[in-house]
Design a protein around this ligand. Structure first.
Ligand code: UD1
Ligand code: CA
Length: 457
């Protein structure tokens, strides 16, 4: 097999997005568009990947990292001009170069592989990935001659009415013979409506030189959407969402209402887990099997064990064990480690806390900057007082502790193993293990008080 190279076009501003953010960094299902493209290309057997950067160059580079080489296109003079910037890295190399736009986030490795194969089987110098679509507005059109062979590509803005009626479009992905590509690029002019150097013009140039130029038409037109504005962005989001959701369902996950379930690209979910409507799973979230998640829960970058239930809750950058029960209406904030069989009930907030096996905070608590041991019971309304207005301090609650309702544990403080804290206590000093600590005013009953006041008629 001959050598393969890839060029990704990602230098444009994306004017039609009307955004501060550069177009290729806009996200589809939680991942920047250009990253989707890079991830798919990485699945192919590619020698060298060159990304053309310009607008937002540093941000695009930071996003993609060292998977790619970079060529800077200082002025955006068109897609042909963009590819020329890769000259230093690629010109003179023998092999096949695939060019992909950074704004086609739905393209899949399988389709690119099929394009490569088609290109190689026909020994072509250029092969265009095309698609037939109902509304081809904005795309370059594929012009074929009477024998059905590709002649050239005409941009929408340059096209005649007859050409605009053509429904076969240039998806913006191509395979080229690498040497022929860089030679033809020197001949591209900017004599067109937009005054740009068009990469599609390479097709006509090669054709006129008598080279073999072909098109590979994909029936997966959904993969080829070029995102130029927010409407196309939402279309891409919907298609990507369906694709992700269907994959989870094929893997044995139940989605009660896939249209109302939002799962980002890198999320993993185990078999027989049920996801209820309104659930958003983000980042590198990994969920075990036999879990019930949702309805209306948002989980970002959490690792969750098997058999755990999370209802109407938010969890962020934390680990959650097996057979844990969270919610409804709980908030798990970053850096928490909730171990197996824990119960975090309604209106409980956990922040940067370890919660040992079998421990419970069933109602209305705030537990922050804390180490909670195993089998601890935190009564309704009890909180850790972790902040003195300046610094944060640690609360340690050792194994088997029972904290009565509505207690304040003023950090730094340790409640020893097996100790009891009486309800309503404000604990400011360490409690020894096995002790009962009562820190509240003693109850006084004033008998017949009302009569003494003589207020009753
Ligand atoms: C391009 C094609 C069109 C095709 C469509 C598919 C051209 C002239 N037209 O049109 O035939 O149907 O894609 O989606 O190529 N870019 C650069 N540098 C530049 C200009 C663009 O890096 O100087 C990058 C952009 O960041 C973008 C990609 O190239 O990722 C495509 O540019 P865009 O302006 O979106 O081209 P389209 O008008 O969509
Ligand atoms: Ca585009």
């Amino acid at each position: 097999m001959s050598n393969r190279y890839a060029v990704i076009l990602a230098a444009g501003q994306g004017t039609r997005m009307k955004s501060k953010l550069y177009k290729v960094l806009h996200q589809v299902c939680g991942k920047p568009m250009v990253q989707h493209v890079v991830d798919q290309i990485t699945k192919l057997d590619i020698e060298e990947m060159v990304t053309i950067i310009g607008h937002g160059a540093e941000m695009v580079k930071a996003q993609i990292g060292d998977k790619s080489l970079y060529a800077l296109q200082e002025q955006q003079l068109g897609t042909a001009h963009a590819v020329i910037q890769a000259q230093e890295m690629l010109a003179g190399k023998k092999g096949t170069t695939i060019v992909v736009c950074g704004d086609t986030p739905l393209i899949r490795a399988e389709t690119m592989e099929a394009l490569f194969n088609h290109h190689q089987e026909l020994a072509a110098k250029a092969t265009i990935l095309t698609a037939r679509i109902e509304d081809p507005t904005g795309y370059g059109r594929i012009i074929r001659n009477e024998s059905g062979l590709v002649e050239k590509i005409v941009e929408h803005k340059d096209a005649t009415d007859a050409e605009r009626a053509i429904k076969e479009i240039n998806t913006g992905t191509y395979c080229f013979d690498n040497e022929a590509l860089f030679e033809a690029l020197t001949k591209v002019s900017n004599d067109n409506v937009q005054g740009e150097y068009y990469l599609p013009d390479v097709i006509e140039i090669l054709k006129e030189q008598g080279e073999i130029v072909t098109a590979f038409q994909t029936d997966k037109f959904e993969e080829t959407i070029g995102v130029n504005d927010r409407i196309a962005l939402s279309t891409a989001e919907r298609i990507m969402r369906n694709r992700i959701n269907e994959e989870h369902m094929r893997n044995g996950v139940t989605l009660i209402d896939p249209d109302n379930t939002y799962i980002e690209t890198d999320v993993q979910i185990g078999q027989d887990t049920v996801i209820y409507p309104g659930t958003i799973l983000k980042g590198r979230t990994i969920i075990g099997s036999d879990c019930q998640i949702g309805p209306h829960s948002e989980i970002d970058t959490c690792e969750i064990g098997n058999g755990t239930v999370i209802r109407q809750s938010t969890a962020n950058k934390s680990s959650i064990g097996a057979n844990v029960n969270i919610g409804p209406f709980a908030h798990i904030r970053p850096d928490s480690a909730i171990q197996d069989e824990v119960k975090i009930g309604n209106f409980v907030e956990i922040k940067k806390a370890v919660f040992g096996k079998g421990s419970k905070a069933s109602h209305l608590s705030y537990i922050g900057d804390a180490e909670v041991g195993n089998n601890v019971n935190i009564g309704c309304g009890s909180i850790t007082v972790n902040y003195d207005g300046k610094n944060k301090y640690l609360t340690k609650i050792e194994d088997d502790v029972f904290v009565g309702c509505n207690s304040n544990l003023v950090a730094p403080v340790t409640v020893g193993k097996g100790a009891y804290v009486a309800a309503g206590s404000t604990i400011t000093m360490d409690v020894p293990g096995e002790a009962l600590s009562i820190a509240r005013a003693k109850q006084v009953n004033k008998e017949n008080y009302v009569q003494k006041l003589n207020l009753k008629k």
